[in-house]
Design a protein around this ligand. Sequence first.
Ligand code: AGP
Length: 592
Amino acid sequence: MCGISSILSLNDDIMNDLIFSLERLEYRGYDSAGIAYLGTNSKLYRERAVGKIENLKEVVEKLNVKSNIGIGHTRWATHGKVTELNAHPHVCDGVAVVHNGIIENYQELKDKLITEGYVFESETDTEVISKLIAFHIKGGENFQSAFSSSLSKFVGTYAIVAICENEPNILLGAKMGSPMAIGLSNDQQNFHIASDAVALSSLTDKVTYLEEGDIVVAEKGKNLNYEIFNLNGEKVARDAIPNVVSLNDINQNGYESFMLKEIFEEVIVAKNTYDRFNCDIDIFKFRGISIIACGTSYYAGLLAKYWIEDIARIPVNVEIASEFRYKNPILPKDSLYVFVSQSGETIDTLCAMRLVKEAHINTVALVNVNNSSIAREADYVIQTVAGTEIGVASTKVFISQILSMLLMCVKKDSVDITTIEKNINIVLNKQHEFARIAEKIKNSRSLFYIGRGTNYPLSLEGALKIKELSYISAEGHPAGEIKHGPIAIVDESVHTIAIAPLDKHFKKTLSNSQEIFARNGKILLITTENARNLVSDFDKGDIDYIFLPNSDPLYYPFSITTAIHLVAYYTAKLKGGDVDKPRNLAKSVTVE
Ligand code: AGP
């Protein structure tokens, strides 16, 4: 998703911090970047570049810029192709803006501005913002008034930051539907407005998240001052919280990628989740539970459904947020709704939660980013303590999500966390085996993951990771479903990864695998050591195995999670993809 960053400073050397902040936003996913700033002559300058921020950095370093106010943006294309013309910031008559979100009525506004003589250079919705502010300034309004007048005309979502040549000491920000964090540097020399705390990591010790409709007005005088106004124009105060994003979170610490680092953190994440788990809501008081989420978070919910229904005997309904919110859902009053989200900003999950809150039903946010929008608006919050996750493909947070939902239905001391940690570690020490498997599947025409019980949601997660990182077409299926259609795809160019630990589904999954094998499909079995002598009669054709450590079947999902993440990682490496920032993807999907 797009990332925004900006600085108003008492000094004129903002550029290093502005670029540093933009680099922190790379994890959100982007395809172009740009900055705009006011020179010491108060004139507006802009630099933009398609591709990595490195390209922009090279241009800026040559300019040796002196400036005390600037804005920056990493663009994840929504309206308009990936071109320099579509890259932010967008400027008009001395006004520059950066924007995360979608102005849904931009075409209507654009048409009106065109009749006023404005000429558009880009295909973006954002360009309407800069031109509308300029139009209001031309009509005699000052910068802040023109900014507010423009906001009142927008339908949609935004996190906008703007600067203006006429008023070089003012930095303006506004939040509606897309996240925005502000913060003053520890030395009180720089005021920042950005998309999130990650962009401000090591720049500010405290961050304040704006609420829906808030506008922030920062002004440079002898000191830096800022005020926040709500939708009604009333001055409000918003809590500042510690910026928990540490330098450790945003450094690779010797790992070749954030994703590999974060897979290796799955051990400590499991331990921290166990030690710090805190849930103020007793699920046993509810007649039913609904888990609403997207992507990997949805698969975590699907897996939890098996546990909660098996252990707590409470019916669990798991829904894709973007479907749930538009289907006129039935909302039983005695149900508990759990919204699972790593970022806490996924607009579909946030809007689904708002729908449930309107019905005055209990909502729980299971989120990884504290003080995120979903966390702030839920009745209860369970924090997944995975630490900041930089890799766009979610890995370590999935471990924390599934363990947290297990701990919602069992007594903590009944969970053998030591075994979970030990087994994840054992899997991590099998890296060479995953590299071997990756070599085998990297050229598959299509790839199946199959499993039964909790191995089915894990198959969906494994397939998603392959898609996200290696761009290979991959599908996750209940193992029993293969013969109901998907098996038609099977031939020697199709690999199937069967997740078959020695649990109550083992034999049936093995026979489903043999159905595939009998049709020349290639099989990779992710199983457990205690099944070693049970697969020996499996035809010794093009079969490969990974033997995970034995344990109580309840704990298999944890070591299998690490295994499927490593399969995806090593396959992506062989395919040459950017494992931390896969093409087309965003870490936090704040647009519908
Ligand atoms: C996971 O690897 C993907 N990046 C994506 O499916 C993600 O899980 C989904 O967009 C939901 O994000 P959230 O957990 O932040 O709500």
